[in-house]
Ligand binder design. Structure first.
Ligand code: SAH
Length: 348
């Protein structure tokens, strides 16, 4: 019999599971809080639980954890972790640190089915969804790393690694429930951002079920250009996507983050910026401009600094909050769009 991995369960689900073993709800809370502490690998370590019960739990359940198989450090301090999954796939997670603030870029799938023209993850194709435990374990492993190094704790989580998180929404929602549970990792919803290429029906479902921040990869508000860059636009075009953003259920204080990669000669003209400013009118948002990270495998070019700043100024003048995302970790292929999870060749 396959034992369930308890890290796939939200606290409610764990409570149901332990109830099935005849245990009261407080036991579930107790076990849950152990699961997410650094260094906990087996039930024996859960020392405030009676020994008999620990043995029973061991017979009926298990819980997984990640040890980094790859750890690469960039000159700028960014660290890319590679975790080997049970089926031999590799998943990548990127730790971006500014002084003592740490942001973790979490993956939601192995590969990606969205096939965006500029993205290396897209060009590797889709392998499979990550389970809730496989998303949460990326966070646990890096939290543990920071703890061991005496470097504090993770401040922010962004689901901007490999994969399209909303194409794996059921597992994502469980992972979010685990990550935000006070008795475990206790991330506030304000410190978690989920980024989507624009899976419109799933955006609404996310908004109805959570209050995490939403980021939308826009890259163009011209249907012809956007469809060429992002095939998803042929299903959910710019009008439909922006309408969904307008209607996105979110608390008053929140804003949607639009990500916009600047690709030389494709979407970076003054006219593009003006069109963007017009189309986003009335949406509570901030805009993140992403200088394109070039890759030899793809022909796209990064816009010049002057072009990027000009683009930013047009949006500023129209009243938007606009940041230029400073790209990190390019020397170790850890920057946006560079996660391709090269498989280890020694795997069967
Ligand atoms: N699938 C989700 C999550 C990926 S987030 C999404 O599309 O939002 C990764 C972000 O990096 C997205 O905004 C993506 O469009 C962007 N990106 C992809 N390739 C890039 C590249 N080469 N340079 C800069 N940004 C890139």
């Amino acid at each position: 019999m396959n034992k369930p991995d308890l890290k796939n369960l939200s606290l409610d689900q764990l409570t149901d599971f332990t109830a099935g073993l005849g245990l009261p709800a407080f036991r579930a809370r107790q076990i849950f809080s152990w699961l997410y502490r650094p260094g906990i690998r087996n039930f024996v370590q859960m020392t405030d639980i009676a020994k008999e019960l620990r043995l029973r739990l061991e017979e009926r359940a298990e819980f997984s954890s990640f040890e980094p198989a790859v750890l690469e450090r960039s000159e700028d301090g960014t660290i890319k972790f590679g975790f080997l999954l049970n089926d031999g796939n590799l998943v990548e997670t990127v730790l971006i640190s500014e002084e003592d603030r740490h942001t973790l870029c979490v993956s939601s799938q192995v590969g990606c089915a969205m096939d965006c023209a500029f993205c290396l993850t897209g060009s590797m194709g889709f392998k499979r969804n990550l389970s809730p435990a496989e998303m949460v374990n990326q966070v646990c492993a890096v939290q543990e790393y920071l703890h061991t190094e005496g470097r504090g704790v993770l401040n922010n989580l962004v689901f901007m690694g490999m994969g399209e998180p909303l194409a794996n929404l059921d597992n994502l929602l469980i992972a979010l429930a685990i990550l935000t549970e006070q008795r475990g990792l206790d991330f506030s919803d304000r410190r978690i951002t989920v980024s989507t290429c624009g899976l419109v029906p799933k955006m609404r479902e996310l908004g109805l079920n959570t209050t995490v921040n939403l980021a939308v990869s826009l890259h163009s508000v011209d249907n012809e250009v956007r469809s060429r860059l992002m095939p998803i636009n042929r299903t959910y075009g710019v009008e439909v996507l922006l309408a969904a953003c307008r209607e996105f259920p979110m608390p008053k204080r929140k804003r949607i983050m639009f990500e916009y990669i600047l690709l030389a000669g494709i979407n970076d003209s003054a006219a593009d910026a003006e069109l963007l400013a017009r189309r986003l009118q009335g949406i509570r948002c901030k805009i993140n401009l992403l200088p394109y990270n070039e890759t030899p495998a793809l022909a796209f070019k990064r816009s010049s600094v002057e072009q990027i700043e000009k683009f930013q100024q047009i949006l500023w003048r129209a009243g938007y909050t606009v940041l230029i995302r400073n790209s990190r970790g390019a020397d170790i292929s850890a920057a946006c769009g560079q996660l391709a999870g090269r498989e280890k060749t020694d795997q069967p």
